[in-house]
Design a protein around this ligand. Structure first.
Ligand code: NAD
Length: 319
């Protein structure tokens, strides 16, 4: 098909360079909103659909797009795309699996250190005139004395594990449903229950799937070591927010740091907003210029598929 006849829908903006490549490959429609109603109208005659985190590419959307050949996800998680429906309809899904690995690993470690040394609360204490009180109460372990438990030892899990083991001297244990060995740093596989019991810091790096939705529920949290910390930079729905709020309120955990929530942005009455010892960031794991540039490479892969070439990064589906 001649480029001018190809219709490419961009639901969430990519870099200027990516937009220019797409414009050279076909007629591009950029959406103002990524809600389902808007997607349904836009995809009716489209050949390619590009999204990022917040567009929900449901079966309904895919079935409304009879010409759709390829969905490009600028980013890592595929939980916003019904990959089963895409496969059934012969639609290729491409993404940028390594775009944000280093950026998310660095944020994870920043959150870990912030929790450990209570940096946001100390900052607030100084501003409110409680300098001496904050200093008197401050006492924390060092990372080299602590065990990090990683759930999901894929790209980001390994980037966190490597930095924490080699850089900070932490002991690292992990759980995964596949064997990631050989690893280039020391880490020991354990069953999930053993990880909950042994880890001083539990860090989540799994994709959101039917197996991981609400993985860290009341039952899992009840097995955590007393005083453990939880870090979630994966997806909000991996953690039961109410159960976590209760564990923080009763002091069973010493803190949690979350880049992702089950509701983004959270409603004013979200249970975690009122919980103690918690640090939030607004889903900024991939917010570095390098990550954003790498994510925009999804445009090239979409164009390859439209040209009948094999994709560089076809979606990997966990079942
Ligand atoms: P990856 O595919 O390289 O690694 C995921 C690992 O989780 C794999 O080793 C996989 O086997 C394992 N896994 C899958 N299901 C599991 C289960 N039930 N129990 C234990 N392990 C399981 O992915 P990645 O690049 O490391 O990214 C991980 C996730 O991080 C993404 O899926 C995405 O949701 C999230 N992420 C968040 C941000 C952010 O801005 N906070 C940015 C990028 C990615």
């Amino acid at each position: 098909m001649a480029p001018s006849q190809l219709h490419i829908v961009v639901a969430e903006r990519l870099s200027r360079e990516a937009m220019e490549s797409l414009q050279a490959a076909g007629r591009v429609t950029v959406l103002d909103s990524c809600d389902e109603g808007c997607l349904l109208t836009a995809v009716a005659d489209c050949d390619a659909l590009l999204v990022r985190t917040y567009s929900q590419v449901t079966r309904h959307v895919i079935e409304h797009a009879p010409n759709l050949k390829v969905i490009g996800r600028g980013g890592v998680g595929l939980d916003n795309i019904d990959t089963t429906a895409a496969t059934e309809h012969g639609v290729t899904v491409v993404y940028t699996p390594a775009a944000a690995t280093g950026a998310v690993a660095e944020l994870t470690i920043g959150l870990m250190l912030s929790l450990l040394r209570d940096i946001p609360a100390n900052d607030a204490a100084i501003r409110s005139g409680a300098y001496e009180q904050a200093r008197t109460n401050a006492m924390a372990n060092e990372l080299s004395e602590m065990t990090l438990g990683i759930i999901g030892m894929g790209r980001i899990g390994q980037a966190v594990g490597r930095r924490c083991q080699v850089g900070f001297g932490m002991s690292v244990i992990y759980h995964d449903i596949i064997d990631p060995q050989p690893l280039d740093f020391q880490a020991t596989f354990v069953e999930k229950d053993a990880l909950y019991k042994q880890a001083d810091v539990v860090s989540l790096h799994v994709p959101l799937t039917e197996l991981t939705r609400w993985l860290i529920d009341k039952e899992a949290l009840s097995q955590f070591k007393s005083g453990a910390m939880l870090i979630n930079t994966s997806r909000g729905q991996v953690v039961d927010s109410l159960a976590l709020a209760n564990r923080l309120r009763n002091g069973a955990l010493s803190g949690a740091a979350l880049d992702v929530l089950d509701e983004e942005p959270p409603a004013a009455n979200h249970p975690l907003l009122a919980a103690p010892h918690i640090i939030f960031t607004p889903h900024i794991g991939a917010k570095t210029p390098m990550s954003q540039t790498r994510m925009s490479a999804v445009a090239e892969d979409v164009i390859r598929v439209l040209q009948g070439l094999p994709p560089v990064s076809a979606a990997h589906i966990y079942r």
